[in-house]
Every structure is written in C-alpha cells, then in structure tokens.
Design a protein around this ligand. Structure first.
Ligand code: NAD
Length: 485
C-alpha cells in the first residue's frame, strides 16, 4: 500500500489539529496534482480562518506542558522521529515524487536530509546553553538564559516539502515551542505524513498542528493578528516574505525569513573545468533548478568559457527527462503549468536579446509540466533573466574578463542567499568568497546544504538562519537576569 493510500485511509488528508484529523469547518478542499501528468492524485481539506484559530488555540493550550517537559524528553521524541522517518524514507520519497515531481533518487536524498534535521535538533535540544558572567564593575552577576518564544507559525514552500518542514519543526520542538505549520498548497501531503511520524514518536497533542489551506493569505492573516502567536518562521519567495514582514510588524512578531535567491556560479580561469561542470550540474540541476540556492547565473572567465560551455552542454544533454518514478529519470517535471510558461518566456526573451540556446529550450511534447534542460550562452550581463529567480532547468552563461568584474557582477542583485566559486588557487577562491554578498558560499563545491551548517541569506534573501545551533536560536528568547548577591 502506498503512503498516500495509508494517509487517505486514516483520514490524514485533512487538517491536523490538537492531535486529531479533521475536515475543514466549511467542508472545502482542494486537489493535489501529480506534476508528471497534471492529474489530481487526491484531495486535501482547505483550512478556514476558524480552523486556523482552532489550531492556534490548540498550540497555545499545549504550550505550558511542553515547556515543562524536560529537554531530554523532547530530544528523545526527535530521535524517535528521526528513526521512524529513516525507516519509512522510501515511502516518503514516493510521496514527495507524487506531489512535487522530482526524480526518485533526489526524493530519497530529500527524505534522508529531512530526517537528519530531527537527529541534529535531537542533539541541540539538550544544549540550550545560557551563561553567567561578572559585570565589568565586578560587583554584580549577569545571567542570560534562553526560553522558548511560544506559539510559532511555520510556513513552507513546495520545492522541498519534507526538508523545509523538518528544518523548522525540529528546532521548534528542541526549543520547547508549540506550532502551526502551513505547508504549500502544491505539496501539503508530505507535511501531513511528517505529522503522523511525530505523533507516533510521542509528540504530545497540540504541539504540532498542520493547516493545509488554499486560502493562504486569509488564514495566515488571522493567525498573525492573534495575540497568542509570537513567532513567524517563513520560507518562500521574497515577494511574499515582504508582505508577511509588514503584517508581522503590526504586532512586532519575531520573524525568521528564508527567502528567494539568485546565486552566481563563478568559474575562474584556473579552475578544474571538469570539476566546475560537475559542480554546476548539481548546483543548477538539482531539483530541476527549483532550489533557492540553485545556480541562477553562471559567470565564466573568457579563456575557459568555450570549454566550460561545451562540457556543460554535454552533461546537460545526458540528463534523462521523465516522470520522477520512472527508472533512470534524472530530471522530473517543474511544479506546475505556470512554471513551464515561465521557462518558455525566459527562453524567448533571452534569445530575443541575442543569446544562443546551446541545448534544450523547449517544452517536450508530452503530458505534464516538463521542460528540457537548457543551456543559454552569450547572455548579456544586463539581461533581465539574470535578475530573476529562474526556478527551473535553464542555465544562462555569461563571460567575464577580470576577477573584479566577476565580483561586481555577482553582487549586482537584490538577493544574497548562496554563491559558488571555482578556482584551483584557494587564496583567490577564498578572497572571492569573502567579497561576495551571500549568506552561503560553495568553494569548489556545488552542494552545500547540511543540517549542521547555518543556512540563510543576506540582503533581500532573508534574515535569520536555519540548521546548526543558530537554527534553535530562532525559537528562543534571551532573558537577562540581573543578580546581586
Ligand atoms: P511562495 O512565497 O509563493 O509561497 C511560500 C508559502 O507561503 C506557501 O506555503 C504559500 O502557500 C504561502 N503564501 C503564499 N502567499 C501568501 C500570502 N499572501 N500570505 C501568507 N502566505 C502565503 O513560494 P513558493 O513558490 O512556495 O516557493 C518558492 C520560493 O521559495 C522561491 O523564491 C525560493 O527561493 C524560496 N525558497 C527559499 C528557501 C530558503 O531557505 N531561503 C528554501 C526554499 C525555497
């Protein structure tokens, strides 16, 4: 039996409130589509404002007992959740493919990566470390402790439906916060499966509530205006992040924002070109280019540009496009019809500006939301594609001449999430890594995500960090106790 069928049989395609599955209060629902066919696979309840407030009430009520639970107990729940998730990782991977479309090996990698956040934060839960020191005057003591912020609203995107959820739930549990998770409407199923895992792992009822909804704006507004909600952890586009920051400002809600990216991928003339091509394949093509840290602009030094373009075209041509569940598929569909149309538009506009399509460039003739792996060369450094998050399998390549020019181009964006630098001279690569305005830089590496590392952006890519010790701090307040004895 598939995990989807199991969820349906248990009523777990509804809203998860106070440890129970419920239908939406007004009986509404919405279909979840398989991107490889465009057909609905199931229907999920669509939470209303009343449901959202019931979820907030459940989280609020569960708060005191959860804070009183020992860190060790919270740690052990996370550890059990990690083990259950690893045991079921094949089934979870299939569910991810069903609603999100990525190729099965990538979905398996995501399921494991997602579970690792539970393992990592299981360790962090028992390391909520404060400090005590002597005031400079020598006569007083300064004590700092960290306490859970309280009811947290977690909002996640569709591109990594498991990992984006566990990257928030893990630290919230570790810190002792209760929460309401609103998953993306394109991919609500994986979040519901994660709720079932945590239930089985012994998470008390009301600590995690999951609220799929087609009416995102309405339900999130209602939760943000509710006095009981103290914290917002959002992952999604910069556009929506800006709107939510404004709304959160009205009640000065603490915010952690993981927003859009526009990663430069810089290849210097002394780089190992084969290595740079392998790195670019991962940085650009992982998740079909639908990653916030995807290489969005590839800058190559003129003297190695022809060789790099040739080799990257060959590597991209070897990609096998198909449904994520099909044997051998390395590139699945993009998320929906709008994303396909965006890709068509990028190719038309960029070639209209004089760039050349080296491979791909078209929507294949088949059902579902597919687009060919596409390399576009001779892109002008001011082409609009370079200032937009492509979020699909298109690699625009721009030539540059000097190192200073590369850094200037890399920083010419409102975003600052990730960047990649390839050079065989470590001093040159590290100099560039320090000069590029990004929260994360891959040096001779095309992949950088790690639950133990601080993930997050500068500029309009966000504020706050997820993963690492810093991830738990997003769910904690520092309290200073002035003591004299
Ligand atoms: P999105 O901003 O459209 O949606 C994100 C979430 O916000 C979804 O749950 C959605 O339902 C909800 N939402 C949308 N409009 C809302 C509104 N008006 N009020 C309240 N909630 C609303 O983003 P997406 O298309 O789901 O995901 C892609 C984006 O996410 C890309 O920009 C990508 O770079 C970004 N992303 C960032 C990171 C990171 O860690 N920085 C990770 C993954 C994705």
């Amino acid at each position: 039996m598939t995990l989807l069928k199991e969820l349906e049989d248990r009523g777990a395609t509804g809203l998860y409130i106070d440890g129970e599955w419920r239908e939406s209060s007004d009986g509404s629902g919405f279909p979840v589509l398989d991107p490889s066919t465009g057909d609905p696979v199931t229907e999920v309840s669509s939470g209303s404002v009343d449901d959202a407030l019931a979820a907030v009430a459940a989280a609020h009520e569960a708060g005191p007992a959860f804070v009183a639970m020992t860190p060790r107990e919270r740690s052990e729940i996370l550890r059990r959740a990690f083990e259950i998730m690893i045991d079921r990782s094949d089934a979870i991977a299939e569910l991810i493919v069903t609603e999100m479309g990525k190729a099965l090996p990538e979905a398996k990698a995501e399921a494991t990566y997602a579970a690792e956040f539970f393992r990592w934060f299981s360790g962090e839960a028992v390391r909520n470390i404060g400090y005590i020191n002597t005031a400079p005057g020598g006569d007083k003591r300064i004590i700092a402790i960290h306490q859970p912020i309280g009811v947290s609203l977690l909002i996640t995107p569709w591109n990594f439906p498991a990992a984006m959820a566990t990257r928030k739930i893990g630290p919230a549990i570790a810190a002792g916060c209760t929460m309401v998770l609103k998953p993306a409407s394109d991919t609500p199923l994986t979040a519901l499966a994660v709720a079932e895992i945590l239930k089985e792992a012994g998470l008390p009822k009301g600590v995690l509530n999951v609220m799929p909804s087609r009416r995102s704006g309405e339900v999130v507004d209602a939760m943000l205006t509710d006095e009981r909600v103290r914290n917002l952890s959002f992952t999604g586009s910069t556009e929506v992040g800006r709107v939510l920051l404004e709304k959160a400002a009205k009640r000065v809600i603490r915010c952690s924002m993981e927003l859009g990216g526009n990663a430069p991928f810089v290849v210097f003339d002394d780089a190992d070109v084969d290595d740079a091509v392998s790195g670019a394949m991962v940085a650009k093509m992982r998740n079909g280019g639908q990653s916030c840290i995807a290489a969005n602009r590839i800058y190559v030094q003129d003297s190695v540009a022809d060789e790099f373009i040739e080799k990257l075209s060959e590597a991209m041509a070897a990609t096998k496009v198909g449904p994520g569940m099909e044997e051998g598929t390395t590139l699945g569909p993009v998320i929906n019809e709008r994303a396909v149309l965006d890709m068509v538009g990028f190719v038309e506009e960029t070639t209209g500006n004089g760039a050349q399509v080296r491979i791909g460039g078209r929507r294949p003739e088949r059902a579902g939301f597919f687009f060919e792996p596409t390399l576009i060369s001779e892109v002008r450094s001011n082409d609009p594609i370079l200032s937009t998050e492509i979020f699909g399998p298109i690699a625009p390549v721009v030539r540059f001449e000097t190192d200073d020019e590369a850094i200037e181009l890399a920083n010419d964006t409102i975003y600052g999430l990730a960047a990649y630098v390839y050079s065989s001279d470590l001093a040159r690569a590290m100099g560039a890594a320090e000069a590029i305005e990004a929260g994360m830089v891959g040096v001779n590496r095309g992949v950088m995500s790690d639950p133990a590392a601080p993930f997050g952006g500068m500029k309009q890519s966000g504020q706050g960090r997820e993963g690492s010790h810093e991830g738990m701090m997003e769910f904690l307040e520092t309290k200073y106790i002035a003591a004299d004895w």
